[in-house]
Design a binder for this molecule. Structure first.
Ligand SMILES: *Cc1c(COP(=O)(O)O)cnc(C)c1O
Length: 346
């Protein structure tokens, strides 16, 4: 993409910073399948510390991190509880079925946030007709619900009660650093009670590639074998981990800026006739908006925006999603809003 394009399709589109590129150039490397890459080892140790877990594993993608976590926390034939719009259920090519041989039991919520009372009704003990619940998956922040954030007490209650019934909890924390900034809490506190957490370095944190899966050492050791099976045993991966270390150290500090820009985008959108933003005030960096009253489809709006150098995608014919990130500043957001107002009025 040329520099001038304003790309709000996702926070995955960020390019590595100059500091990341320098660190990649200078990275000390070894063969990570032998666990001899010092930069990967440093990243895994630091991620475990930041996430407050015993150990962490560097994986190429968030999807692989979630896939490994679900595999480690379940047995074939069990169920996994997940929110209905969850990434695990909708955007990971049914890996829960394919790799873990488990079925997802989904729960609809208005805001993407599961609570213990909602979950409890769907927990099944093993019996002549039902498969038992192997694990519960919570997505924080929740992508398709508009970057919503789990209240801490809701996470802790889910974990307490689930553990009381011998059920593990995995957090899909692709954007858990955004959740931490929004809640003004250390990320280690947010995931203190979950068994495993996956977080993406390649989204809001700006690294070119990579995610972390963190949890108890026994789970991460087992996860390392599943990573190899899935084709994720990388060799001189320190080149990538070097950027990941900077993502982890430096980038969380600036996420507030993305959240402020998302609020600016949301209020600007709400002022355009025919557009309704839901939730009205985004908690983090994702803005979901309904365009059905504009008389145009999201595809038409996307195409007209693209012609004006602005990229925003629809998630269905009447709903669109804008994601703020490091590569689009406040000015860029204002320009995108002006383009949208023009396109809708045309
Ligand atoms: C992006 C994303 C993932 C997976 O990330 P990939 O690296 O694209 O595989 C998982 N969960 C959520 C909520 C995401 O937004």
């Amino acid at each position: 993409m040329p520099e001038s394009v304003i790309d709000l399709r996702s926070d995955t589109v960020t390019r590595p910073t100059a500091e990341m590129r320098r660190a990649m150039f200078e990275a000390e490397v070894g063969d990570d399948v032998y666990q001899e890459d010092p930069t990967v080892n440093a990243l895994e140790a630091r991620a475990a510390e930041v996430l407050g877990k015993e150990a962490a594993l560097f994986v190429p993608t968030g999807t692989m991190g979630n896939t490994i976590a679900i595999k480690c926390l379940t047995r074939p034939g069990q169920e996994v509880i997940c929110e209905a719009r969850g990434h695990l259920l909708n955007y990971e090519l049914s890996m829960t079925a394919w790799f873990s041989n488990c079925l997802i039991r989904s729960i609809h919520t208005p805001d993407g946030i599961l609570t213990w009372p909602l979950i409890e009704k769907e927990i099944r003990p093993l019996g002549p007709h039902a498969a038992d619940t192997g694990c519960i998956e919570i997505e924080n922040t929740h992508n398709m619900a508009g970057g919503t954030v789990y209240p801490l007490e809701v996470i802790d209650e889910i974990c307490d009660r689930a553990h009381g019934r011998g059920i593990a909890v995995h957090m899909d924390g692709a954007r858990v650093f955004n959740a931490a900034v929004a809640a003004s809490l250390p990320v280690s506190r947010i995931c203190a009670q979950v068994d495993t957490v996956m977080c993406c370095l390649s989204k809001a944190l700006g690294a070119p590639v990579g995610s972390m899966l963190a949890g108890p050492k026994s789970v991460i050791d087992q996860g390392r074998l599943y990573r190899k099976r899935l084709g994720g045993g990388m060799r001189q991966a320190g080149i990538l981990a070097a950027a990941g270390l900077i993502a982890l150290e430096r980038m969380p500090l600036r996420l507030q800026e993305d959240h402020a820009n998302a609020k600016l985008v949301a209020s600007g959108l709400a002022a355009i006739p025919g557009i309704r933003v839901e939730p009205e005030t985004p908690a983090t960096n994702i803005v979901i908006f309904d365009i059905s009253a504009t008389g145009k489809s999201s595809q038409e709006i996307s195409a007209a925006l693209k012609a004006r150098g602005v990229l925003i995608n629809g998630i269905n014919p009447t709903t669109m999603r804008a994601v703020t990130h490091y590569d689009v500043d406040r000015r860029g957001c204002e320009t995108a809003l002006a383009a949208l107002a023009e396109v809708v009025a045309a």
